[in-house]
Structure formats: C-alpha cells, structure tokens
Ligand binder design. Structure first.
Ligand code: COA
Length: 261
C-alpha cells in the first residue's frame, strides 16, 4: 500500500529545476504520480523533452541554465501561465566534481557556486511573484557538505552551506506571506550522476554503504517521498528546516571498524 493517499497532490503544480535526471527526476515522477501537474527544467532541451515524456502526459519539459536569471524567469513565467501559478518549486540543479582546492581554478570554484547557490537564489527569487499564496512550498536540494567539511569538495561545501543559510532567510522573510521554504539533504542515492562520480566502482559503493548507519544507499523514491511530505498539510507548520534523507550518513562514519568491543 502506498504511504500517501492517491492524488494527494492533485490541483497542485510543481516546477523542478534540475528535474531532467537523478533525484530530481525521481521527485518529478513521484509528484506527477500523486496528482500534481509537473514541469521540469534542465540545461539540455533534448533531455528536458525526454524527461517530460518519461514523467507522462501533461508534464512540461523546458530548458534553461539556472545561472541565467532572465532565462530562468522566462521559463518559470511560461510554466506558471500554463499551470495557473505555482504551488511547489524545487531547486535541484547542481554541479560537482572531486578535486583538491589547489586543483580548482577560480572559474571551477565559481562554476559550482554559480549553479548550486546562485541558481537556487535565481529559481526561488524568480518564482516568488508566480507562487500561489498562501500555501506554496519551496524546497532546495542541499547536501551534507553544507555542514561537514569534506576534502576535495571546497566548492560544493561552500555552495551548499550558502544554500542552507539562504533557505533559512527566505523562510523568515516569506513565511508571513504563506510561503514555506525547506531543504532536503540526500545521502548517497543509488543510480545518480553524483554517486557515479563520488563512488564510481562496485568496491567504492560497498565501502561507502558500510559507513552508513542504515548500511545501504538510498533510493530516489525515498528522497521523493520526503519532498512530497514537505509539500503536504502534514508539514504545514514546518519551514526553514533541512530534512536529512540520508540513512544517517550525515552523522559520520558508522562502519564496524569504529566499534570498540
Ligand atoms: N577538476 C577540476 N576542475 C574542473 C573539473 C575537475 N574534475 N571539472 C571541471 N572543472 C573546471 C573546468 O576546468 C573549468 O575551469 P577552467 O575554465 O578554469 O578550466 C570550470 O570547472 C568550468 O568547467 P566547464 O566544463 O566549462 O563548466 P560547465 O558549466 O560545462 O560544467 C560542471 C559544470 C563542471 C559542474 C560539470 O561537472 C557539470 O556540468 N556537472 C553537472 C552534473 C553534475 O555535476 N551532477 C552531479 C551533481 S551532485
């Protein structure tokens, strides 16, 4: 039996930046399955069209680079006009690579901060006037690097820490207008591009899973269900929070080698 009642999101419209693949596509598919009208946006127009087709009838696929405020606003306006406003906005576009700080150029650092942090500001700021208020729910996809310093991730740590603070400020400023702003921090999720980069071999996957308190990678569906929760009335008094959907991974390395008998 599904944990959510059928059509729990019916009558709601959702825009998912970065929704053309991975965790964000999983969120888009789940929200559509539960009755929402869904639009996804990504940089590549072919991928956006393919994602919309995969999500199903009525889904929209649009292309924009979240680093470009005007292009992002144009896509949001187009989607809001097709859907009659926006109820749910997810900022999930992200870029990452593994490199020590001395291996990152100023442009490499700026690129990741631009996609993740400035992109989140652009998506949320550009959507604000298009939100159906009160009742709108905004979610930023952040990561544990926001709170735990991680070597080879100076750019992502800085960008995600910025996202966490940005969403808290927006929660304070926009709460009085009936807009809730939250974040989700996914742990290692199976089948994502991020994990393909961070754990590229079976051995690396097994080694990483052994460090997670729940001893496995998560599924995109589990992150999607967290996002749905934050958009339902069950979360109507929740704003400015960051929900860790990570099997406890953010708590630290819980592998057996750390247990002293
Ligand atoms: N190590 C060090 N620097 C790197 C790098 C790496 N592995 N990969 C890219 N860079 C640097 C580039 O060298 C460039 O800097 P330079 O001009 O000084 O040489 C800068 O980053 C921008 O690279 P570019 O490829 O032009 O940017 P882009 O906008 O096309 O791509 C990235 C953005 C780099 C984040 C790319 O990895 C990407 O598109 N990722 C999207 C998908 C993704 O990362 N998903 C996982 C999310 S968790």
């Amino acid at each position: 039996m599904d944990v959510y009642s059928e059509n729990i999101l019916s009558g709601r419209s959702a825009f998912i930046a970065g929704g053309t693949s991975g965790i964000n596509l999983g969120i888009a598919k789940r929200m559509a399955q539960l009755g929402a009208r869904v639009a996804v946006a990504g940089r590549n127009p072919d991928k956006a069209a393919a994602a919309a087709a995969e999500i199903g009838e009525g889904a929209l696929g649009r292309s924009c680079d979240v680093r470009d405020f005007d292009a992002t606003r144009a896509v949001l306006e187009d989607v809001a006009s097709a859907f009659g406003g926006l109820d749910i906005v997810i900022s999930g576009a992200a870029g990452n690579f593994m490199a020590p700080a001395v291996g990152i150029s100023a442009n490499g650092f700026r690129t990741v901060v631009d996609i993740d942090l400035n992109g989140t500001f652009n998506v949320f700021r550009a959507s604000y006037d298009l939100l159906n208020r009160p009742g709108a729910s905004l979610i930023a996809i952040t990561a544990n690097q926001a709170v735990n310093a991680t070597m080879m991730q100076a750019h992502a740590c800085a960008a995600k820490a910025g996202i966490n603070q940005l969403l808290r400020v927006l929660a304070m400023e926009w709460g009085p207008h009936g807009v809730r702003v939250n974040g989700i921090s996914p742990g290692p999720i199976r089948g994502t591009e991020g994990m393909a980069r961070l754990a590229p071999t079976d051995e690396a996957v097994a080694e990483r899973a052994a460090r997670v308190p729940l001893r496995r990678f998560g599924e995109a569906r589990e992150v999607a269900d967290s996002a749905v929760f934050l958009c339902t009335d069950a979360a109507s008094y929740i704003t400015g929070t960051i929900l860790n959907c990570d099997g406890g991974a953010g708590l630290g390395d819980s592998s057996d080698k750390n247990l002293v008998a």
